[in-house]
Design a protein around this ligand. Structure first.
Ligand SMILES: Cc1cc2nc3c(=O)[nH]c(=O)nc-3n(C[C@H](O)[C@H](O)[C@H](O)COP(=O)(O)O)c2cc1C
Length: 165
C-alpha cells in the first residue's frame, strides 16, 4: 500500500521502513582504543571519492562506541560475505567481544577480520556532525579484496546477493 508522510516526531518507524527499501551491503568497522579492539556493524558505508580515495560511514551519537570510532586515527571497514551473517549480528550487539572471531592485529593495532570480501584500512580524514549520527570519512590507505557473494541488508532483513533478475 502506497504511503505518504512528512518525517518528524512519531514518524520514525515509517521513515525507517521507507529507508529500508534501499538495499545495502553490510560492513563491520573495527578500531582499537586504550582498552582493546572494537567492532561496529554498519550499513551506512558509502564510497565517496576515488582521488583521493575516500569512504564514509555513520555511527550513531547515542552509541557507547561512537566516541572511540570518531576519535580513532585508524580504522578498517570489512565488507561481509553472505556467510558472515553472524559477524553482523555479533557486532550489532557486542563492541569488544572478539572471542571466536578469526582476526589479527594489523598495523596500528586495528583488528583485521578474516574471510571478508573487502577490507579497507583507513586513516581518519574528517568527521561531520549530522543530526543523531556523525559522518566519519576515511582516507583509504590499503585495500584487500577477494571475489565472493556479498551479504545484503534490505527491508530490515538479511539476504545474499544474486546477480540474476
Ligand atoms: C545490518 C545493520 C546495519 C547497521 N548499521 C548501522 C550504522 O550504519 N550506523 C549505526 O550507528 N548503527 C548501525 N547499526 C546498529 C549498530 O550496529 C548497533 O546495533 C547499535 O549501535 C546499538 O548498539 P550500541 O548501543 O552498543 O552501539 C546497524 C545494525 C545492523 C544489524
Amino acid at each position: 500500500m502506497k504511503e505518504s508522510f512528512t518525517p518528524g516526531p512519531g514518524r520514525e518507524r515509517e521513515l525507517r521502513t521507507a529507508l529500508g527499501a534501499f538495499a545495502t551491503g553490510v560492513t563491520v568497522v573495527t578500531c582499537r582504543d586504550e582498552t582493546g579492539p572494537l567492532g561496529f556493524t554498519a550499513n551506512s558505508f558509502t564510497s565517496v571519492s576515488l582521488d583521493p580515495p575516500l569512504l564514509l560511514w555513520c555511527p550513531a551519537v547515542a552509541s557507547p562506541r561512537h566516541d572511540a570510532f570518531v576519535s580513532t586515527q585508524h580504522f578498517s571497514v570489512h565488507v561481509l560475505e553472505a556467510q558472515q551473517l553472524q559477524l553482523s549480528e555479533r557486532f550489532a550487539v557486542e563492541a569488544r567481544n572478539f572471542d571466536g572471531v578469526d582476526w589479527r592485529e594489523g598495523p596500528n593495532g586495528t583488528p583485521q577480520i578474516s574471510g571478508c570480501l573487502t577490507r579497507f584500512d583507513c586513516r581518519h580524514f574528517a568527521a561531520h556532525g549530522a543530526g543523531d549520527h556523525t559522518i566519519v570519512l576515511g582516507l583509504v590507505e590499503k585495500v584487500e579484496h577477494t571475489p565472493g557473494v556479498p551479504l545484503v541488508f534490505a527491508l530490515g532483513a538479511y539476504g545474499r546477493f544474486a546477480s540474476s533478475l
